[in-house]
Design a protein around this ligand. Structure first.
Ligand SMILES: [Zn+2]
Length: 266
């Protein structure tokens, strides 16, 4: 496993803050360029994009040593990175993946957006055509009450997409592949184009998980932004992903832990 860190250094105006004076702007630009000079010949630091017109550049940093060097260098300029512009990803070899006790399938693209009525007709707030029965207090989804209806054109030629509500949407091709490969623990539910529901073969499918993992072992798994709703008794946890190196806040997903007994019971 190696860590790869993606960093964007930006010295333009910040959203929601007053515009920089020309002096401040010149100072920040000089600082950003000074950092670029210091890192450009550093081993394991790759400059992937420089855009002076749009006042930013991107770095790709491989490994712990280069990461430490970058974090120390950035201590003098914490205002040139915001909380989403330093992101650490773990990259695994094929061998490591093959021998892992568990793999987490992380779908990232949300091209499909969401159920048409949830997104455009007040469904998130419990409108009459909402896809889910929701808690009147916190709006948590309590139960799906109908097939999802989306704008299927947003899927394009993709086989896989995630809705804003974190439902996994599959092409018929991928749905068939998962079934033919013998995967279990899920069923498929039709997803319709919102103007032609229930017509002909479903154009897409929703992956509905039927076999859920037990709770993660915590500690050592860490969470943040834990919220509890006393109305519906739902507690939501986000896996910890916010970290600090001195003054620099960065994003790195936490490890997930299960006890051996919990995994054996599955
Ligand atoms: Zn609630």
């Amino acid at each position: 496993m190696k860590k790869v860190t993606y960093i964007m250094i930006y010295w333009g105006d910040e959203y929601g803050k007053p515009a920089k004076t020309s002096d401040e702007r010149a100072q920040d630009e000089a600082l950003a360029k000074e950092i670029l000079r210091r890192v450009e010949h550093m081993r394991d630091v790759k400059i992937t994009e420089v855009n002076l017109d749009r006042e930013h550049y991107h770095l790709e940093v491989t490994g712990d040593d280069a990461f430490r060097f970058l974090m120390e260098t950035l201590q003098q300029a914490p205002h040139l990175v915001d909380n989403s512009s330093v992101r650490v990803w773990k990259v695994y070899t094929t061998q490591e993946l093959a021998s892992a006790p568990m793999l987490v399938w992380g779908v990232r693209n949300q091209s499909i957006e969401d159920d048409y009525y949830d997104l455009h007709k007040d469904g998130y707030r419990g409108g009459p055509n909402s896809s889910h029965r929701r808690c009147a207090s916190c709006r948590a989804e309590l139960e799906q009450v109908r097939d999802l209806m989306v704008n299927t054109r947003k899927m394009g030629k993709r086989d896989l997409s995630l809705t804003y509500s974190f439902e996994v949407i599959l092409s018929p091709r991928l749905a068939r592949m998962l079934q033919e490969a013998g995967f279990t623990g899920f069923t498929l539910r039709p997803v319709w184009h919102y103007t032609h529901p229930q017509e002909g073969e479903p154009p897409l499918y929703q992956l509905v998980v039927t076999h859920r993992l037990p709770a993660m072992a915590s500690p050592p798994t860490q969470f943040e932004q834990i919220q509890h709703c006393p109305e519906c008794n739902t507690t939501s946890y986000l896996l910890k992903h916010t970290h600090f190196w001195g003054k620099i806040r960065y994003y790195e997903e936490t490890e997930i832990y299960y006890t051996r007994e919990a995994l054996d019971r599955m």
